[in-house]
Design a protein. Sequence first.
Length: 465
Amino acid sequence: MPSVFIKTYGCQMNERDSEAVAAQLVAKGYTLAPSEAAADVILLNTCSVRDFAEKKAIGKMQNLAADVRKNRPDVVLGFLGCMAQSRGQELLDRLPDVDLVLGTQKFHHAADYLDEILAGRRDKIVDVAEEQGSEATIREHLLNGSGKKSVTAYVSIMQGCNQYCTFCIVPYTRGEERSRSIPDIVAECRQLVAQGVKEITLLGQIITSYGKRGFGRAELPLGQAAQQRRPTTKTSLFVQLLDAVHEIEGLERIRFTAPHPKGYGDDLIEAYARLPKLVESAHLPVQSGSDRVLKLMHRGYTRERFLGIVKKLRCVRPDIGITTDIIVGFPGETEEDFEQTLSLAREVEFDNAYIFKYSQRRDTPAAEMPDQVPLKIREERNHRLLETVNAIGKRKYDAFIGRQVQILVEGPSRKNPARLTGRTRCNKIVLFEGSKRHHGQLLDLKITRSGSFTLYGDPFVLGAD
């Protein structure tokens, strides 16, 4: 059977989609190639959030096409994901050596379409149509794909987005919100735990909107322990899902991403206090510290509302790790607006922040707004904010030195396989010298030093060896 290599650009949802496609292909008899050079099929799972990401994927495919045309004419090339959804046939017109363009609701057709192309029954395939029920098709897991036991896994609970922020292309590439049912999600999580997974990250474009569009409303009866933990106030469907997943025996940790500040009601904040498996970590994309810019972005909250959420979270979990996304240079952003973002970063003291220079995306309202900020100013503001975030991060990470933390050991470090890596409950990466037997363990470490958004620990100080 043919071998396939998938290269992924973008977010954790793209990573999860790639894993599911790979698992489906393996189930059909395909093998996973260790590199592009050894593959019969090369697929690029693309991102459209920034112009840079699109240019990078197109440049990569141009290089692949040149090599294939010259040296390996039988290799199949394909685009998957957000850029494929957004551009469709245009990609084939621009890159005639590409054979497959598959949209975000069509991942589960990858194996069948590749079979047809490889068998010569079809020459080129473009499928970016909507498909009802596609939210429940991303459920296969490869769990590392290397034969090694994985202790962490992503579970997609919904697709799409109904927020329509003025800068964002995602509602156009992922479609409207579509949620899976609670029993379906819990069944997938149970199966993963039975395979040795100890930490599950629930995924959704705006995950706190889970079930609000009429899907996912089938509830799972909760056990007695969950009934006792449930609050007396009415809970959202997302919190009901957290309750149900929390009941899975053998599961140690629950994470989720990416929420929207609008979705942080008191029931979700309370869940951090009453659900031990829900780790003390929150990714809260603020995007700007200026109320004027937030309104232009169509974010639906104010600076004061955002700060109130952070205060409540730190009240129930003082040691919670809080990260964020911030866009600099949004159309019309003045120096005063940017200073308000800087002051918000200083006030909140984020553990880390993902900072993006505003990028015009076609068909989004912001792309047509007046007062587009020049690139030079965007770059300068990006640099200043990054300096502020890094300085705060260094101070916060240095504060861990000498402290004892618990990590879930995930396996060898990517950069240095001689070291093991894991994450704290508050989502700090920790590297340490350990042995294979530590893999998959919840391990106590003493932090000995800190690096750039990384901690280094020693299990031997605590007698763990």
